[in-house]
Design a binder for this molecule. Structure first.
Ligand code: HEM
Length: 366
């Protein structure tokens, strides 16, 4: 604990003089006899500044989480602190999404009064937002083409360098992938869990096929075959999980991101989340999904805000505006593989029975 070393004054501690002297509307600067200061530009600046402050806090917590996952072994005590920090990021995201309500009290016409003064400045130049994206695991390569051009093109030299350098360090996605690959519970001694799992899947799909056949009396041959083809599609999706070559092809085609081993271990955590050893890893995975989902929600809200303010006009940064932002919301996902794990879940009653000895290990904290 640090000791108090003397008198502290509220305003000095919080640097309020600097902070509260940092809202400088351009419409005030360019006020002349025909145009006065635009009342709502203050709101526009304050809202953006508050966002940037919260981005700063998210990065602060994200950096600590990255440090923890950079270790070759992550002790359980540190994992609970990761879950707590991820939880904080989720709460902040709630505020970030809610804040659009305040900005939307500004009408599009009030915005138009000062919008042109902002060109070519744009959210494209929010370095902290990009830092969060990159640290989470969004790569330049993973972005839409238009995004890629604007991504670096709108930045000044030093910001561009900062972000390109950042891309060479390990993202949370990469570190979590490594952590998942190292989780030591699959391929246990004389029990090959995944062989047993595949047998369960085969028997479930077999049952599904029988259900289709039994209920096809009133169906045309073509309708029956569509159902059987769909079932075949499900079978080959399951196979792609267990066949390394098929999995790697999906990674190459950008349909999957994580390695096969990481996905299998994440699936194991999902399936056996009730075992005490897997409770925290499960919370880590669900928190990462929550954060991904919250960012997507933020992107959709922001795209709607842009449409409300601009309709189909282009953005001050030169993109197609609403259209671009909507596509970015669909495309810029990081932990999408964790969402897609649900494809491979099976009912609890069909899970392979784990030998008692292994079950005991999963119930002890080591
Ligand atoms: C009147 C309010 C706003 C409008 C009309 C608006 C509009 C836009 C548009 C059209 C873009 C696309 C880039 C461009 O062509 O400029 C953009 C990007 C962006 N804006 Fe906003 N925005 C608004 C408020 C905000 C706020 C409050 C934030 C909070 C920090 C923000 C953060 C961003 C970010 C981070 C991007 C880059 C997104 C990406 O590339 O995925 N915007 N904005």
């Amino acid at each position: 604990m640090h000791k108090n070393k003397g008198s502290v004054y509220y305003g000095d501690y919080l640097q309020l003089e600097k902070l509260l002297d940092s809202q400088l509307p351009l419409s005030r600067k360019y006020t002349d006899t025909t145009n006065g200061e635009c009342h709502d530009e203050m709101l526009f600046i304050v809202v953006h500044q508050v966002y940037e402050l919260w981005f700063k806090q998210i990065l602060h917590d994200l950096n600590a989480i990255l440090d923890t996952f950079s270790q070759t072994f992550v002790p359980e005590s540190e994992l609970s602190s990761v879950v707590q920090k991820l939880g904080r990021i989720k709460k902040i995201q709630g505020l970030l999404i809610g804040q659009f309500d305040v900005l939307e009290t500004m009408t599009p016409m009030d915005f138009l009064e000062f919008r042109d003064l902002l060109i070519p400045a744009s959210g494209f130049q929010s370095v902290q937002f990009r830092e969060i994206e990159i640290k989470l695991g969004l790569t330049t390569d993973g972005r839409q083409n238009v995004d890629r051009e604007f991504f670096l093109g709108r930045l000044n030299e030093s910001d561009r360098k900062k972000l390109t350098d950042l891309e060479t360090s390990s993202s949370l996605l990469k570190l979590v992938e490594g952590w998942l690959e190292r989780v030591p519970f699959t391929n246990m001694k004389n029990f090959n869990f995944w062989d047993e799992y595949q047998k369960s899947i085969e028997s479930i799909l077999h049952d599904d096929q029988n259900i289709i056949l039994a209920n096809s009396a009133h169906l045309s041959e073509a309708a029956k075959n569509i159902q059987l083809d769909n079932l075949e599609g499900t079978r080959s999706t399951f196979k792609s999980l267990f066949n390394e070559k098929a999995h790697n092809e999906l990674v190459q085609n950008k349909q999957r991101i994580l390695s096969q081993k990481a996905i299998l271990n994440a699936l194991f955590i999902m399936l056996y989340r009730d075992e005490s050893m897997l409770a925290l890893p499960f919370q880590v995975l669900t928190s990462l999904m929550d954060i991904d989902e919250n960012f997507t929600t933020w992107r959709y809200r922001h795209a709607l805000l842009a449409q409300r303010m601009l309709g189909t006009k282009i953005g001050t940064g030169g993109s197609s505006g609403h259209q671009y932002l909507k596509r970015a919301a669909d495309n810029n996902r990081v932990f999408v593989d964790l969402f897609n794990l649900s494809t491979f879940l099976i009912p609890r009653s069909r899970l392979p029975i784990i030998p008692t000895e292994i079950k005991k290990q999963l119930n002890f904290h080591v």
